[in-house]
Structures are given as structure tokens and as C-alpha cells.
Design a protein around this ligand. Sequence first.
Ligand SMILES: *[C@@H]1O[C@H](CO)[C@@H](O)[C@H](O)[C@H]1NC(C)=O
Ligand SMILES: *[C@@H]1O[C@H](CO)[C@@H](O)[C@H](O)[C@H]1NC(C)=O
Ligand SMILES: *[C@@H]1O[C@H](CO)[C@@H](O)[C@H](O)[C@H]1NC(C)=O
Ligand SMILES: *[C@@H]1O[C@H](CO)[C@@H](O)[C@H](O)[C@H]1NC(C)=O
Ligand SMILES: *[C@@H]1O[C@H](CO)[C@@H](O)[C@H](O)[C@H]1NC(C)=O
Ligand SMILES: *[C@@H]1O[C@H](CO)[C@@H](O)[C@H](O)[C@H]1NC(C)=O
Ligand SMILES: *[C@@H]1O[C@H](CO)[C@@H](O)[C@H](O)[C@H]1NC(C)=O
Ligand SMILES: *[C@@H]1O[C@H](CO)[C@@H](O)[C@H](O)[C@H]1NC(C)=O
Ligand SMILES: *[C@@H]1O[C@H](CO)[C@@H](O)[C@H](O)[C@H]1NC(C)=O
Ligand SMILES: *[C@@H]1O[C@H](CO)[C@@H](O)[C@H](O)[C@H]1NC(C)=O
Ligand SMILES: *[C@@H]1O[C@H](CO)[C@@H](O)[C@H](O)[C@H]1NC(C)=O
Length: 558
Amino acid sequence: MRVKEMAKGWLLSFCFLLVVNCVRVHASEDLQPYRTAFHFQPLKNWMNGPMYFNGVYHLFYQYNPFGPLWGNISWGHSISHDLVNWFILEPALSPKEPYDVGGCLSGSTTILHGSKPIILYTGLELNNSQVQNLAYPKNLSDPLLKDWVKWSGNPILTPVNDINLTQFRDPSTAWMGPDGKWRIVIGSEIIKGQATALLYYSTDGFNWTRSDKPLHFSSKTNMWECPDFYPVSTIGKDGIDTSFQGNNTMHVLKVSFNSHEYYVIGTYDPKIDQFLVVNNDFSVSTTQFRYDYGRFYASKSFYDSAKKRRVLWGWVNEGDLDLDDVKRGWSGLQSFPRSIWLSDTRKQLVQWPVDEIKKLRAKQVNMENVELKGGSLLEVPGISGSQADIEVAFSLSNLSDAEIINSNTSDPESLCEQNNVFMSGRFGPFGVLVLASKNLTEHTAVFFRVFKGPNKFQVLMCSDQRRSSMEVVDNSTYGAFLDLDPLHEKISLRSLVDHSIVESFGGEGLACITARVYPKLAINEHAKVYVFNNGSKGVTMSSLNAWNMNKAQIVPMD
Ligand SMILES: *[C@@H]1O[C@H](CO)[C@@H](O)[C@H](O)[C@H]1NC(C)=O
Ligand SMILES: *[C@@H]1O[C@H](CO)[C@@H](O)[C@H](O)[C@H]1NC(C)=O
Ligand SMILES: *[C@@H]1O[C@H](CO)[C@@H](O)[C@H](O)[C@H]1NC(C)=O
Ligand SMILES: *[C@@H]1O[C@H](CO)[C@@H](O)[C@H](O)[C@H]1NC(C)=O
Ligand SMILES: *[C@@H]1O[C@H](CO)[C@@H](O)[C@H](O)[C@H]1NC(C)=O
Ligand SMILES: *[C@@H]1O[C@H](CO)[C@@H](O)[C@H](O)[C@H]1NC(C)=O
Ligand SMILES: *[C@@H]1O[C@H](CO)[C@@H](O)[C@H](O)[C@H]1NC(C)=O
Ligand SMILES: *[C@@H]1O[C@H](CO)[C@@H](O)[C@H](O)[C@H]1NC(C)=O
Ligand SMILES: *[C@@H]1O[C@H](CO)[C@@H](O)[C@H](O)[C@H]1NC(C)=O
Ligand SMILES: *[C@@H]1O[C@H](CO)[C@@H](O)[C@H](O)[C@H]1NC(C)=O
Ligand SMILES: *[C@@H]1O[C@H](CO)[C@@H](O)[C@H](O)[C@H]1NC(C)=O
């Protein structure tokens, strides 16, 4: 990932180390109302290559061990047995060698032949040249894989020929083709100006040669970062190993650009390395599918062989000022890990928080079949709203009066901005207010509106941060359409609220929106949850289940 883009993502630091070392995590809550309880906050942000190996989940992430600003980028390393509670280890890689002295940037892990993990990562040289390097565990018998050795053959790839030396980074997890060769893609913008997923082959995982054609490219977008390429099953939610060869699969190519995670779905023929996109190809248009329509970048997925699922994580950066981050001493966190699979329509992906999150659920509040007339506002009692998991479903019956929009030309984000929570529509806005202060001066609204489009009803999902804080911080509004039929399906929402992050899943995971918020009043036990309907038409809240969430254990090892 690019240095300039990373600058906002500086992470964390001394304060966090001190707090954790003194086991003063609870006492620090008043001072640190934005520090999350169950979203992983390393000492730094954005991710590299997670993996599951020998019963242990490994999370690697970009980390500055020496301060809260971007710099000295190392590979932070934490391990977990359940994706919820984490032990923080010493960094796996630090910038020391001529081929990575400017930073050990993003990359991926691959488990060669199911037994030999390797890290492929981008190193920044002093002259700003980006090169690819390899590291392997020092001691395969160490279940934590604490120590990593940089290979003596580094760098394994340098930017030659038409590769721009500052636009060559983020090797993917390798997959094996029917010829027994490993393949990776690397993000680039080649000199003739095309965003490209460069393809490389290797027989041993160490010695790589470039294919004469890329896996995919586009002249319509900026440089691609952090490419991810993996199969998804067409017959269920189970994940598939990255090297799986067989029927009933399609392939996903995800790339990062313009601060967003864009993906396309296609068919892949590994014999000729041909990837054919079946939906819209990459563009910056608002109809392009994204993993998340809020703050979420530089994500990586991995195949979890223990639970037969593909798990996705992303880096969620801060929305406040750099100065605030410095004062706090940290910046950036990880999304909650999500299972990811192909929808029944095969047109898009579906994401859902991994089941292990339920371990943290404490007190539950349940409501069933509540009619919400136009203008309703109802507090969800008994929920301390700064750490909550909220699931709610709405049903609508007669939509013949729905307002009309031309969804061809409608950008969901600007529709959310115009048709906000204060504008009464017909069907909606209805949804939840989270991190709400007692007098509602502060609240983050996550809500829906239903329109009549050219061929079908359009369900709009919004997350509005304009009233999240008394201070003007990040006042953005995010939006997405949900591909569901509101006459016959419920409109559901799940929001994971964790102090300064609201991670929302609409339509059982058809669209995700992650927001960062910095309330002044609605902090800790002062945060409340409401359901509301500000449309003129009634809505049935068919069910609401909300849980207070316990704090996960995220502590240094030893
Ligand atoms: C961190 O990086 C800076 C320059 O980027 C360098 O001057 C400094 O020595 C590094 N610190 C450590 C402890 O490596
Ligand atoms: C950049 O520096 C490295 C390490 O000193 C060197 O091997 C490489 O040739 C340099 N690249 C360019 C393009 O100057
Ligand atoms: C490798 O790890 C195992 C398990 O932790 C340990 O018993 C062994 O001593 C380690 N070997 C070396 C050479 O450090
Ligand atoms: C390489 O990329 C940089 C950054 O986008 C750009 O400024 C530069 O012009 C590119 N170099 C070439 C030779 O295209
Ligand atoms: C690396 O692979 C290439 C192409 O397969 C081959 O020509 C070369 O000899 C290999 N190099 C080493 C050091 O194995
Ligand atoms: C895939 O399907 C084809 C045609 O139905 C069949 O011949 C082949 O054996 C299947 N391959 C695998 C790996 O299941
Ligand atoms: C649906 O609502 C419209 C407008 O309010 C009304 O004219 C129509 O009779 C209703 N249809 C049903 C089946 O209730
Ligand atoms: C919307 O898009 C569809 C399919 O692309 C097209 O047939 C239709 O004419 C468009 N409608 C408008 C109002 O632009
Ligand atoms: C609903 O809209 C009214 C103004 O039309 C506004 O005063 C009220 O705060 C809104 N309700 C919610 C829950 O935002
Ligand atoms: C809500 O409470 C805060 C803090 O007491 C106060 O500053 C603010 O003016 C109140 N807002 C309203 C609308 O009463
Ligand atoms: C949002 O914040 C920006 C500055 O961060 C400010 O210029 C803009 O006026 C704000 N918009 C609203 C609607 O408050």
C-alpha cells in the first residue's frame, strides 16, 4: 500500500503498550472512550496476510513499534484460537535489510503443500523502489511461529521492464494450478498506465517468473493494491481452499483503489490462466460491488480449513484528525472477521460476522412484532450501547405507494445524504439510532428507505454520521442498495457497535457499511439504542435481539 495513503493510518504506540502492560485496560476506559472492546486493535492498523495453521489463527498487520505515526513499518503478529481473543507477539518482520529498510509493507501468507508457511511481502528500498521478499518460520515445531527468517535469496522480484518501480506491491496468497505450479498476483500500474494484477509462476514458492500476460487489468481505474484472488462455491456457504480445483466454483478478484475494496466475480480456467468477469468489470461507478460501503481498506481473506470457511478482514482507519490520533496514542483497527461466500444469485458476495462473536454476548433484550407507525421513536431498554450486537428485522406489506426513483442514475451515497433521517419519506427512513445520547443530540443513524425503481423495488441502506458527535469530526454519509425483494423478504440489519466503530450488515450480509464515530456524550454507559420510523407509512419490526457485549481479551503474550 502506498505511503501517502498510509499516513492517515498510523497506529498505535506507547500508550497502548503501557496500558496493556500494567493491565489497566478497564481503568483506562474513561480516558479512552473510543478504544474498542471486541474489534482487534493492534498497536497499528492495516492488514497483511492472515492465516490458519496447525490450530492457530495468525494475524499479521502493519505496525510501527516506535510511535503513533506511520514509519518503521513492521509486520505485527498476533495469534488466536477463536478469532475473538488475541495474544500479541513480537513483530514477525522488521525493516532492516537493504531490500526492506524503508518498510516491510503488505503481502500475504501461503501454506505450501499444506505444511510449509511462507510470507511474501513488499519491501521498500531506500531509493523508493518496491521489491518482493520472502520469509519462512525459523522453527516449524513452534506452534506460535514466533520467529521468521528472511530468505537469503531476497529480493525475489524487482520492478523491471514495464513495471513502475514505485507501483509494484502486495503479493497475494499463492494458489496451485493443474500443472503443479504456484501462482501469485501482484498489484501494479504498469508504465503504459494500466492498473494490473501481474501474474507470476513458481515451482517451489521461492523462485518466481512473470507470466507473459497479467491475470487481469483495467485502464479505467488507478493502480491496484492488495489484490486477492480466490474461489467461491456455487453450491453453499462453505469456503474453499485457494488452490481448490474442481467443479461448482467461481472466482473472485478483489483489488484496492480509491480508498475502497472493489471486487468482480468470474470464471477462471487455471489451464490457461484466463479469468473472465461475469458481472460488471472494475470501474469507479457506483454500481461496482464493494466489500464495504464505508471505511474498510486493504483487506485480505484466508481459507479456514478447521471451519471450512473463507474469512475476510479489513483495516478500518480513523475519521478524526491526525492530532487526535496522536493525543490518543493509537490509530486504526481491524473489522470484526467476517465469513464470506457467494450469494444464491451468484451475482455478489455475502458477508457475516464469524459465529465465534457469540462468545462475547452477555445480557439480551428481545422484542417481537412491534408496529412502528410513522414518526415512532422507541428506546431499546436495558442495552448499554457502547458495546452491543444488535439484530433487527422489518417487514412491509403494501408498497404500492412507494416513491419512485430512477435507480440507474442514483448514487446510493448521495441518496442517503439527501433522504436522511430527518426527511420523512413514505417507506422509511426506518432503522436504529446507535451511540445515541439521552437527548439525542448525538446519534449514528443506520436505516433503510424503500423506493420503486424502473423494474423493481429498491431498498436503500444508509449509515449517517452527521450527528454522531457534537463536534464536527467525520460527518460522512454512506449508502448501498440491497438486492432483495421487500414485499416478500424481511429487511434485516445487524450492527456491531464498539465505542468508535459501527459495523453494519444489511439484508443478512448483502451489503456492509463500516463507520467510525467519536461521540462526546454517548460514550460508555451513556450510549443508548433506539429504533425509529420516520416514514409516513407504518413498518412492522418483526424482531429485535440485542446483546451487551463483553470485552475480548487482547493482551501481549507472557
Ligand atoms: C525509524 O525510521 C526512521 C526513518 O524512517 C529512522 O531514522 C529510525 O532510525 C528508525 N527507528 C528505528 C528504531 O529503527
Ligand atoms: C535501489 O536500491 C537497491 C538497494 O540498494 C538497489 O539494489 C537497486 O538497484 C536500486 N534500484 C534503483 C532503481 O535504483
Ligand atoms: C522449536 O520449537 C519447539 C516447540 O516450541 C521447541 O521445543 C524447540 O526447542 C524449538 N527448537 C529450536 C531450535 O528452537
Ligand atoms: C510511476 O508512478 C508514479 C506514481 O504514480 C508516477 O508519478 C510516475 O510518473 C510513474 N513513472 C512512470 C515511468 O510511469
Ligand atoms: C527459476 O526458475 C526459472 C524458470 O523456471 C529457471 O529458469 C531458473 O533456473 C530458476 N532459478 C533457480 C535459482 O532455481
Ligand atoms: C466436473 O464435471 C465434469 C462434467 O460433469 C466431470 O466430468 C468431472 O469429473 C468433474 N470434475 C470434478 C473434479 O469433480
Ligand atoms: C395498497 O395501498 C394502496 C394505497 O394506499 C391502496 O389503494 C390499495 O388498496 C392497497 N392494497 C392492498 C392489497 O391493501
Ligand atoms: C435503466 O437501465 C436499464 C438497463 O440497463 C435500461 O433498459 C433502462 O432504459 C434504463 N432506464 C432509465 C430511465 O435510464
Ligand atoms: C424525524 O424527523 C423529524 C423532522 O422531520 C426530526 O425532528 C426527528 O428528529 C427525526 N427522527 C429521528 C429519529 O431522527
Ligand atoms: C444535550 O445535552 C448536551 C449536554 O448536556 C447539551 O450540550 C446539548 O445542548 C443538549 N441538546 C439539546 C438539544 O438539548
Ligand atoms: C462536514 O465537515 C466538513 C469539514 O470536515 C465541513 O466543511 C462541512 O461543512 C461539514 N458538513 C456538514 C453537513 O456538517
